[in-house]
Design a protein around this ligand. Sequence first.
Ligand code: AHR
Length: 511
Amino acid sequence: MIQKAKMILEKDFKVSEVDNRIYGSFVEHLGRAVYGGVYEPGHPQADENGFRQDVIEMVKELQVPLVRYPGGNFVSGYNWEDGVGPIEQRPRRLELAWRTTETNEIGTNEFMKWAQLVNAEVNMAVNLGTRGIDSARNLVEYCNHPGGSHYSDLRISHGVKDPYKIKTWCLGNEMDGPWQIGHKTAAEYGRIAQEAAKVMKWVDPTIELVACGSSHRNMPSFADWEATVLDHTYDHVEFISLHQYYGNRDNEISNYLALSLEMDDFIKSVISIADYIKAKKRGKKNINLSFDEWNVWYHSREQDKLIEPWSIAPPQLEDIYNFEDALLVGCMLITLLKHADRVKIACLAQLVNVIAPIMTEENGTAWKQTIFYPYMHTSVFGRGVSLNPIISSPKYDSKDFTDVPYLESTAVYNEEHETLTIFAVNRHLEEGLDLTVDIRNFDSYEVVEHIVLENNGNLKQTNSAQGTPVAPHTNGNAKAENGSVAAVLPKLSWNVIRLAKRRKSIRFHDL
Ligand code: AHR
């Protein structure tokens, strides 16, 4: 028997305006993300800078507004000065985070040029592992100061006259993790983050700063870490970061698809810690959340153990995503939207070749992973106001979760363009979900299209350079009538129901 679910959408039930930066992504000097992904001189599609134009086109399709750079674990051992100035004079370094050799062929200025080509802002991370306050404030000066000082003039001498005005900056990366170069206790990190933040803002008071939260929710120091770090940095930062990766290691799909409930809980916990510190400080400002690493990551873990140490740009973290991964990514995107009032930055980790929606073949094609689609749909159609839907859905229990709704859904209203977009996942393994959405005060809205990503019976289906069997179609059956939308969401499917206000046709006698 087909299951039924209901949803009510009201223009005035708002979570918040969506900050477009929640559709951000991440490019780290890791594996083939930069070398072989973004940059492959000699490739038939390379432009005069060596940037692959096929990759640029796909990044533009995703409309990525923000890219975190240059790491990740990489940044904790990185000397940014190695990556600027004449390329032939740049040093080769042993890159200790990923045990590779970094050639430094691409550095700050090359990456900023690429970011401009894809219309993205950069979320720049500074090294608080092996470096500290001095190199952080110098990098801000190099990037953002107009001129007339040592580092701003150095940038100008490197051919970049105008400052980049980079707005968002990360104060290091995952400093709570023992694997991190320069790992610190919460108190040690809190102090250095506070002092680095202070002087970075003395150089450029317009910047926004992200302090490192926990590397994931199961870190033993989680919660105490956030409280201690924010106790030190509350007056100096705008954001605390969250990182989380999931995998279906036990091959239990019902449990796997429920992991976005854990993500939801993680977000709520970090909000409550940030608010506790605000209360303790009798503060006025909210610390917002930067979920600046999130994705599925588990397929490539074994293969990565075989990498030859100190190779240049080896294939690392090249997860090949399947259909079920795309559904979880869809659920995670919906979860981020539901918290649009506090999650103002999020970065799908990563963008090209490394746990990425876009893959490239050396000297060959670029292709789209399964997760490309939910990411693209939300980024393109999910701009406007995140609505707070009232949902009633049948539920199930899984190994680790109780009361998991079969329907995971939310909606974004764009007042300017008079569009309403419903994003929905049906978690049911065997049955379609008969969805009715009461759209009450969305008068004269009609369905533009109902996009569906559904499965052909093989949940492990992947895409490849040879073809994309996992790709959406627009044959969903959503219909709008008398203030409500009716649709059947196929079993295990990702759905995008796009509505727009009917345009009145202008008749001759109205003119
Ligand atoms: O995104 C891959 C790695 O995951 C990042 O370098 C690190 O921050 C995290 O552990």
